[in-house]
Design a protein around this ligand. Structure first.
Ligand code: NAP
Length: 251
């Protein structure tokens, strides 16, 4: 029997990479999308049936073409809509161009991705779409102004689709807390420069913000994503699920 297919974006590193591994372990044939061909090929070589899509989510015409090719090989059961996080810094210092770029990389690329995989999901009568957002959707994080803004836009987009998509095709958001990835190290270095603290001090302060008192491993976020992509998650729709060690304090 043919394996169900999952398209995982931002699959060369961090949460996306861990999600691709988790989905492969659950029996999916994963298509790995990102810009870095060598990293994708190295990962694909370790995952049975995996394929590579070298594409830049910032280049919309090229993305459309790459996806046309990808869906010509069969429908996707699952889409993990994940990408690199926006630049850090206060919102008041963000340029209009940077805000537009973040909107394009997240909302516009998401729209292209959903439109590409949807006909196959509709024909098959089922599908799972999972967006990787952030706990900043619920509790904006200082000095992540663009990210805080774009998560709200993504949540509105996603909730609207949760109402529009046909039965059997679900869309949900995962909100990771502080997770040990290249992205987090970049943000920690930025915060260290701004505050004069060491990277280690910044990371340990972030870890202490959650009652679990530690940073997440990418696999802990990936397991939640893989669950929401599974047939078992069939009645979960339009939700934003935090995997944050308790960082969000609100009920
Ligand atoms: N880590 C955390 O603590 C944390 C917490 C909350 C939310 N998040 C969010 O979760 C998402 C993933 O974060 P992460 O920590 O896993 O990041 P990461 O380690 O930096 O990985 C980002 C992935 O996205 C890909 N990517 C970046 N820009 C791209 C583009 N223009 N086109 C295609 N692929 C692109 C990168 O691959 P290439 O460079 O090869 O393209 C890489 O595979 C981000 O939205 C981040 O803000 C992370």
């Amino acid at each position: 029997m043919q394996k169900p297919r999952a398209l995982v974006c931002g699959a060369s590193e961090g949460i996306g990479r861990a999600s691709a591994i988790a989905l492969s372990q659950k029996g999916f044939a994963v298509s790995l999308l990102a810009r870095s061909k060598p990293r994708l090929e190295e990962l694909a070589a370790t995952l049975p049936g995996a394929t590579v899509i070298v594409a830049d989510l910032d280049d919309r015409p090229a993305l459309v073409k790459a996806l046309e090719n990808a869906v010509s090989h069969g429908p996707y059961y699952a889409l993990v809509n994940n990408t690199g996080g926006p630049h850090g810094g206060p919102l008041l210092e963000a340029s209009e161009e940077a805000l537009l770029a973040a909107f394009s990389r997240n909302v516009l690329a998401g729209q292209i991705l959903v439109r590409a995989v949807l006909p196959g999901m509709i024909a098959a009568g089922h599908g799972r779409i999972v967006n990787v957002l952030s706990t900043s959707l619920r509790e904006p994080i200082a000095n992540l102004g663009i990210g805080n803004t774009i998560r709200g836009a993504m949540a509105g987009w996603s909730k609207t689709l949760a109402n529009e998509l046909p039965p059997g095709i679900t869309i949900n958001n995962v909100l990771p807390g502080y997770t040990k990835t290249a992205r987090l190290m970049e943000l920690a270095d930025l915060a260290a420069t701004r505050t004069g603290k060491s990277r280690e001090t910044v990371l340990s302060e972030w870890a202490k913000m959650a009652p679990e008192q530690r940073l997440a491993e990418p696999e802990e976020i990936a397991n939640v994503i893989a669950f929401l992509c599974s047939p078992e998650a069939s009645f979960i729709r339009g939700q934003s699920l935090a995997a944050d060690g308790g960082r969000i304090r609100a009920i």
